[in-house]
Design a protein around this ligand. Structure first.
Ligand SMILES: [Zn+2]
Length: 382
């Protein structure tokens, strides 16, 4: 839909027929602002406490769309680049607004302003650290951030320096939260083409976790506009990443057709799918995902914002769970979607129950690409 409906009454958006708020077929379309949860679906305090305590597994969160607005604002002010006069006005540029949701391209447009300042090593490090610290506040115990290095090289960073900058921020966060598992997924943007993706895959595996002591690159992904950029074209890049022992995931079936998910599975050999909404319309593909234990990175808020799932539509996560497809509950872009790991858990719990959400996070940890045991042992510096 092109414009936001009543934020908390999405159940009434389906064909005009009111549905009970606890109808298990319907996940709440995104409530805004995300916290506190709207009273109509707010879990009891005890359940809320349980949700807070869950060690959450975040497997799909983009750096560019997750920088806390205060941090972007501070950097913009520092360089006197701020296009507006207040943080509140800046938020409106960075967060999806009522009336803006419904298309993937409009959603992606929200990530342009931060790129003005995230072209410098220290800034990339700083914003990445801020994202990881915010996730820790939400109880995230396993955090995979994803990042497209090439769109941070406009001021002269090399792709590898760009990757190292993000890893540096994660290492800083790790010092504050030593028990947190952290890893970086390198994204090749589809619009840059398959050849650039191959070059990037080589750069990514140079920083692979198993080659370094601290936080490293753990996975490879393609993102950006889906249509017209079929996954099969990126096969060579995925082969390079696979040989370099990176985990493989791909954005597929968010904006694009179900065939793109089949291609990601059959031709790229992915272990996980980003979004995968279109899969719910293909029972054979759903059975395949369940059989091969290919996890779907589910992003509830984002899916409504991009129009991948229409308001009032039954969210595909129900089909996945009913068929035994592994899923992870993820933010996608915590700033653009005004959400966080806790809020996504809250949205899911309102439909599935707290226990189910606990189980989803527990099981999702089995699908992380982060394997600290493969990193080089820390040298004893004493
Ligand atoms: Zn994404």
């Amino acid at each position: 839909m092109g414009s936001a409906g009543p934020q908390c009454c999405h159940f009434r958006l389906h064909g005009g027929s009111p549905r009970p708020a606890r109808d298990p077929c319907y996940l709440p379309a995104v409530a805004q602002p995300p916290a506190p949860a709207p009273a109509a679906v707010a879990p009891p305090t005890e359940a809320e406490e349980r949700l807070r305590r869950i060690s959450k597994v975040e497997l799909h969160q983009h750096v560019d769309g997750s920088i806390p607005p205060e941090v972007t604002w501070e950097l913009m002010k520092h360089y006197r680049l701020n296009p507006v006069d207040s943080l509140e006005a800046m938020r409106r540029h960075l967060e999806i607004q009522a009336g803006e949701e419904g298309t993937l391209l409009a959603y992606l447009d929200k990530m342009h302003y931060p790129l003005w300042v995230t072209q410098f090593y220290e800034n990339v490090s700083k914003v990445t650290e801020a994202i990881a610290l915010a996730a820790a506040e939400d109880g995230v115990g396993t955090l995979e951030l994803r990042y497209a290095p090439l769109i941070h090289t406009y001021a002269g960073l090399t792709p590898r320096q760009s990757i190292r900058a993000a890893l540096s921020g994660m290492n800083h966060a790790h010092r504050r939260h030593p028990r947190m598992k952290l890893g970086l997924i390198v994204i090749a943007m589809r619009q840059h083409g398959p050849h650039i993706a191959k070059i990037l895959a080589r750069q990514a595996l140079a920083e692979a976790q198993h080659l370094h002591e601290r936080t490293g690159v753990v996975g490879f992904d393609i993102a950006g506009p889906e249509r017209g950029n079929p996954p099969r074209l990126f096969r060579s890049a995925y082969e390079i990443a696979r040989l370099g022992r990176l985990g493989l995931t791909a954005h597929a079936g968010e904006d694009g057709p179900v065939e793109y998910i089949w291609e990601a599975v059959d031709e790229l050999g992915v272990q996980r799918i980003g979004h995968g909404c279109a899969a719910a319309r293909d029972p054979e593909l759903v059975r395949r995902l369940a059989r091969d234990r290919i996890a779907v990175e589910v992003c509830l808020s984002s899916n409504y914002h991009t129009g991948a799932v229409k308001r009032g539509e039954r969210h595909p996560v129900h089909v996945f769970l009913e068929a035994g497809v592994p899923v992870a509950l993820c933010c996608d872009n915590s700033t653009v979607s005004r959400t966080g790991a806790l809020h996504e858990s809250r949205l899911a719990a309102a439909e599935l129950g707290t226990e189910a959400v606990e189980r989803i996070h527990r099981e999702a940890d089995g699908y992380t690409f982060i394997r600290p045991e493969t990193a080089l042992a820390n040298r004893d510096l004493d």
